[in-house]
Design a protein. Structure first.
Ligand code: BGC
Length: 778
């Protein structure tokens, strides 16, 4: 036996005895020698490798590395980089699945550049190992996922979150989502959606920021910043703004349908949020499924090359939507897969998500001279640049970290942020006689509604790795919050997606009769929010209306808690209840957030970013509409006017609407300064006071109208807002600086126009309830 001291490789001695087995110093010396030899050999071969393959040399500038790598790639490998595959699972029994085997082979052959829907450290590492160690050039893969409102901790749906108008908060939420997703190996989210929509029939309104282009731009930019940070660590991910462009205008709200609008609308209504997000540094964009000027956007050169690449100077990556290149065949724009690949790439589109037409046909298209190699190289370079800049060539598993995956997901801190976001998203639509918040003296609360106890229906379609079992239902949240104050008696009142149920209604009425206040959770399932969830009737189901009718007869105060991923038609609900809270689809912390608002621990401050129509027949209905040549009178009437004969023109709740438990009053609205087309500056100011009984936040809104211009302008356009907190009795003067950009607009070619003439400036608490002043632009 030799010494029980061990000599380490650096020659020092550890005095700790080795308990289990003894190693002689000679053996150790040999071991150290071989390790040193191995390290030297490794470093040497690495140095040689970097010399022979400059693209592997991290010390060289990225552009040099890209150039070197592209020069080594075959056209097949280039097409492979432009191929994005739906991944799935690659470990365990999945390895013998023929489909997965084929994908693994493609990765080995260098025919895949990125994958979507591969998640978790184990899976991402497994397939990344194949890409980097078994393919000829060892190019790492990018992993993408729809992280729309959280990865494991689920935040309010983006539409709800937007109602907070809380830009720093929105940014923070995206940061948390990125932190969780990146820990599980994800590099890239397909969010935020920047599509402006005026149609609540479209299921995807839940993914956006509502109907206003300017606010939509600010929110999209905040989301991009939150997801990406500086992209210089492994806790942020690439953002992807989608669906470029104008997909929110799908006719009749029907998914995948035609879009057809003017160039004036394109520039002034649909493009601004994408532009704001590009300016915020979005690394990637996604094509839409739609059509502009009769040309599918994936192959729309005007959009992709002229606007995005040339006018906006976008240097990042553009990915197709799921098989959108191939769908051009069904649209009647491409004859076959090859034609589709050619038209997309020639228009300036880049990555092919899942259609596989590029990987299949690009090599022959280039060889036949039908697609210029320069265009291919440009697209490949953009993807490689991202991979180099993320550091994936040096550390292919930089984002796949077991430790982080274990500790950073669904933490109490993340849930707290999600809860704050959820509270700030709830819109108080009606509060007769200050029925809310529930008074401390109330001892018996009836909570009715099957949704209040259905975790599955609390989550929507885009929940990444969120699990409904982890969510707090409204029933759970209420029981927890009111545990020491009041008794909560629950009954279902209706079956989800069913006919009227008399027995359930009778039971609910009985509970209501025994309570001092009745809360009824009505709405539609979270599962009805998202892609492929178009509804011709975005309404409260009939069996729930019948329940409300029965509850009204009890004479008890009734508050509707509406859970839905979009505004619904609530006109028939409004007359049956005393209070209404629009609770949207709020994610993991739903129940806690709703309970805090009901109890008054949080005073609601959200304002809807989408108009609530009075009737489905009004759709599209939006605040920034045009006056027409025959506007209605101030009461909404008049013959031979632009109006309906059976319903009002006005919506039920306008854009920007949302009540508080307190009251805010507006006074001293004035404008000072001179505005000229040569660059003057005007300041408008208004004093807002909290004249109610609760401290609270108000979102002060500024709108502008250009009364006569070379292109007709909307009756109002949001151009500013400020979220202020006022204690009871407090007041604050809020300023709005009006400069060229608030008064100008874009013509059909995207040129900015600032024209002299009369403007109205509005200040108010929502888009309808405003005060107005004139402004003359000289
Ligand atoms: C959707 C995109 C989504 C993509 C990948 C498509 O069907 O339109 O928004 O990012 O699938 O999941």
């Amino acid at each position: 036996m030799g010494s029980n001291k061990i000599k380490d490789c650096f020659g020092s001695f550890s005095s700790k005895p080795i308990p289990v087995f003894q190693i002689t110093s000679i053996t150790m010396q040999k071991l150290c020698l071989s390790i040193s030899f191995f390290i030297c050999f490794y470093l040497l071969s690495f140095a040689q490798d970097s010399k022979r393959f400059p693209y592997r040399n991290a010390k060289l500038p990225v552009e040099e590395r890209i150039k070197d790598l592209i020069s080594r790639m075959t056209i097949e490998e280039k097409a492979g980089q432009l191929n994005q595959l739906n991944g799935g699972v690659f470990t365990g029994p999945a390895q013998s699945d023929p489909g997965q085997k084929a994908k693994i082979q493609q990765v080995k052959d260098g025919l895949v550049g990125s994958m979507l829907n591969v998640t978790g450290v184990v899976e991402t590492k497994a397939i990344q190992k194949i890409a980097t160690e078994e393919s000829r050039l060892g190019i790492p893969l990018l992993f993408a996922l729809d992280v729309i409102h959280g990865y494991k901790t689920i935040f309010p749906i983006p539409l709800a979150e937007a109602c907070s108008w809380d830009l720093p908060g929105i940014e923070k939420n995206a940061t948390v989502a990125a932190k969780e997703a990146s820990a599980a190996g994800i590099h890239w989210t397909f969010a935020p959606m920047c599509d402006i929509s005026n149609d609540i029939r479209w299921g995807r309104v839940m993914e956006g920021a509502g109907e206003d282009p300017w606010l939509g731009g600010l929110i999209s930019a905040a989301r991009v910043k939150g997801f990406q940070g500086k992209l210089d660590d492994n806790a942020h991910i690439l953002a992807c703004i989608k669906h470029f462009a104008g997909y929110g205008a799908v006719e009749s709200g029907r998914e995948y349908n035609l879009t057809d609008f003017s160039h004036v609308a394109l520039w002034n209504k649909y493009l601004p949020p994408y532009k704001a997000a590009v300016e915020a540094g979005a690394a990637t964009l996604m094509n839409g499924f739609n059509v502009i000027d009769g040309v599918p956007v994936s192959a729309n050169k005007y959009l992709v090359t002229d606007i995005l690449k040339k006018k906006w100077g976008f240097k990042g990556l553009l990915v197709s939507d799921w098989a959108s290149f191939q769908e051009m065949i069904a649209w009647g724009y491409a004859e076959n897969d090859k034609d589709a690949a050619m038209k997309s790439i020639n228009a300036g589109s880049m990555l092919d998500m899942q259609a596989r037409v590029v990987v299949k046909y690009l090599p022959e298209l280039v060889k036949e001279g039908k697609v210029p190699m320069a265009l291919v190289d440009d697209a490949v370079a953009r993807l490689l640049r991202i991979k180099f800049e993320l550091g994936l060539f040096e550390q292919p598993n930089k984002f796949s970290n077991e430790e982080r995956e274990k500790v950073e997901l669904f933490t109490p801190a993340n849930r707290q942020i999600a809860r704050d976001a959820a509270k700030k998203s709830i819109v108080l639509l009606k509060n007769d006689n200050q029925i809310l918040p529930i008074q401390k003296s109330v001892k018996k609360i009836a909570l009715i509604g099957a949704y209040a106890d259905s975790k599955d229906d609390m989550f929507d379609f885009w929940i990444a790795k969120g699990e409904s079992k982890d969510a707090v239902s409204i029933l759970e949240g209420m029981k927890l919050k009111f545990a020491n104050h009041a008794e909560i008696s629950f009954s279902k009142g209706y079956e989800i997606n069913a006919e009227k149920n008399d027995a359930l209604i009778a039971e609910a009425v009985e509970k209501a009769n025994g309570a001092e206040i009745v809360l009824v959770n009505i709405g539609i399932s979270g599962k009805m929010a998202g892609e492929d969830r178009a509804l011709a009737r975005p309404e409260i189901p009939e069996n729930q209306i019948q329940l409300l009718q029965a509850l009204k007869k009890t004479g008890k105060p009734v508050v509707a808690l509406i859970t839905s991923g979009r505004p619904l038609i609530l006109t028939n609900v409004e007359s049956l209840v005393n209070g209404m809270l629009q609770c949207w689809i709020l994610g993991t912390e739903t129940g806690n957030a709703v309970a805090e608002v009901l109890a008054g621990s949080f005073n609601p401050s959200a304002k809807t970013v989408m108009t609530f129509p009075y009737d489905v027949g009004q759709i599209p209905v939006y605040y920034n509409h045009f006056q027409t040549g025959r506007p209605v009178d101030s009461n909404g009437n008049g013959s031979w006017r632009s109006r309906y004969r059976d319903i009002p023109n006005k919506p039920l709740f306008p854009f920007g609407f949302g009540l508080s438990y307190t009251n805010f009053s507006y006074k001293d609205f004035k404008i000072s300064g001179i505005e000229t087309t040569k660059g003057g500056k005007v300041t408008a100011s208004v004093t807002v006071s909290n004249s109610g009984k609760f401290d609270g936040e108000e979102i002060v809104q500024w709108y502008v109208r250009d009364l006569a211009a070379s292109i007709i302008r909307p009756v109002k356009e949001l151009k500013g807002f400020e979220k202020i907190f006022l204690k009871v009795g407090e007041q604050k003067t809020v300023n709005f600086t009006i400069s060229d950009k608030e008064l100008s607009f874009l013509d059909g070619e995207g040129n900015e126009k600032l024209e002299p003439g009369r403007f109205h400036i509005f200040a108010g608490t929502n888009s309808e309830n405003v005060q107005k002043l004139d402004l003359d632009l000289k």
